[in-house]
Each structure stands twice: as C-alpha cells, then as structure tokens.
Write a protein that binds this ligand. Structure first.
Ligand SMILES: Cc1cc2nc3c(=O)[nH]c(=O)nc-3n(C[C@H](O)[C@H](O)[C@H](O)COP(=O)(O)O)c2cc1C
Length: 221
C-alpha cells in the first residue's frame, strides 16, 4: 500500500470485528511510528496498548458507567472552544448531521444518539486500543507533535490491513482509564484509539472534506 492509499483509505471506523490484532503487528506499527517528527525530537507521547482481558474489563466498566448516566470526569483540556465560530462550528454541525442521518437517527432522538455514542466506550467492538497520553507540563506545539505521531500510527495500521478510530471520548472517562492502567500523575490522557479489522457490514459513507481552496492558499509566480 502506498502512502496515498494509506491516507485516503484511513477513516474513523466505528464498527470492528472481534478478529484479534496480533501483538507483533502492534509492536511493528508502534516501532515504526516512533520515527514521527517532534520539535527538538522530544517525542512527547506515551502510549498504553490494551488488548484481551484488560481491555474487555475497561470497556465493560466504562460502558456501564456511561449507560448509568454517570457525569463525565472534569475536563483537563478544552475539546472544542465554547465560542467556536464559522466555518468550524458549521463543519462540526454538518459532521453530526451526516453521522446521525447515516445511522438513521432522527434529529431530536437523544436516546438513540446516546446509544450510538456509547459505542465509543466499547471501542466500537475493536479488540485492541491505545490510550494516548502527553505530559501535562507540555504546550500546544507538543500537542501538535502528538497529533502527527497518532496520524503516523493510523497510516501504518492501514499498511497492515487494520483500521482505527481516534477517540477523545475516552478523555471524558479518564479516571476510569486511569484506574485500569495507573499512569503516572504527570501524564494527561488526550485520547483513546480503537484498532481492529473493519466490520464491513457496519461501514458508513466516508466523511467529506471542505474544498481545497477553503483550507489551502497557493501563492506563486
Ligand atoms: C483527536 C481526534 C479525536 C476524535 N474523537 C472521536 C471520538 O471520540 N469518537 C468518534 O467516534 N470519532 C472521533 N474522532 C473521529 C472524527 O470524528 C473523524 O476523524 C472526522 O469526522 C473525519 O472523519 P474520517 O476520519 O472518517 O475521515 C476523532 C478524531 C480525532 C482526530
């Protein structure tokens, strides 16, 4: 698979089979992803890999917690600014509309929306997941390093025939994750990432993108 194919076939997959992901494959992907760039090569990421019983236990506790209506853990970082303006607010709204329409969920059907959201904490059925931490003392530039690293992981997963879904949703139950993996206090959970083989029977239409001229400006002779 060439890089273009890896980029264009990567999607946030929200339906996985239970086919196990070989640990050697995860080790191979994470070893290669370590070559992702970071300012001054500080490599500001720390990743926990969960599979098997430890992941099954965490998913069960998290799903039960959310299904019981337990409030989220207090936020450690701002997921989206509350005063997000156009075009970002519009794009976010369009994404939500597209996603729930594809699932056949009506606009005001909050129960169905919550049911769909709960899939997050079951890792959408995936048998492997990463929990991606950054040192809480680091700044926005290092968060950008982390993003590059995570995209590198996701592209390498495509090369192995695997799919993924990065999930900030896990940060909403970060204490439940911490109970499972006991990270040191100086680390902050940015997101989880579900990993597995796609359940093609649950595949939804690809999420669109803004036209190139909205996000890229060419200045040339
Ligand atoms: C940092 C990050 C966090 C995300 N968090 C979630 C999440 O919690 N749940 C979810 O279903 N999708 C999540 N997504 C997936 C995005 O919704 C998805 O990437 C976006 O809509 C574009 O769609 P695509 O990745 O399928 O092309 C996240 C993506 C990123 C990059």
């Amino acid at each position: 698979m060439d890089v273009y194919e890896a980029v264009t076939t990567r999607r946030a997959v929200r339906g996985f089979t239970d086919r196990p992901v070989p640990m050697e494959t995860l080790e191979k992907v994470l070893s290669a992803a370590a070559w992702a760039p970071s300012g001054s090569n500080i490599q500001p990421w720390h990743i926990y890999v969960l599979t098997g019983e430890p992941l099954a236990r965490l998913k069960k506790i998290a799903v039960e917690r959310v299904a019981a209506g337990d409030p989220w853990d207090e936020r450690e970082y701002v997921m989206y600014p509350p005063d997000m303006t156009s075009p970002y607010a519009d794009r976010r709204a369009a994404f939500g509309k597209e996603r729930y329409a594809a699932l056949g969920i009506e606009r005001g059907d909050w129960e169905a929306r919550i049911r769909a959201a709960i899939g997050n904490w079951d890792c959408f059925g995936a048998p492997a997941a990463l929990f991606c931490y950054i040192d809480r003392g680091l700044g926005v530039a290092q968060w950008s390093d982390l993003g590059m690293y995570l995209q590198t992981v996701m592209l390498l997963l495509r090369a192995e025939g695997l799919h993924s879904c990065p999930q900030m949703a896990w940060s909403q139950v970060r204490r439940t994750v911490a109970d499972a993996i006991s990270p040191p206090e100086h680390l902050m959970l940015f997101c989880g990432m579900s990993i597995g083989y796609e359940d093609v029977t649950k595949a939804l239409p690809r999420t669109g993108r803004a036209p190139l001229e909205e996000t890229v400006t060419f200045i040339t002779d």
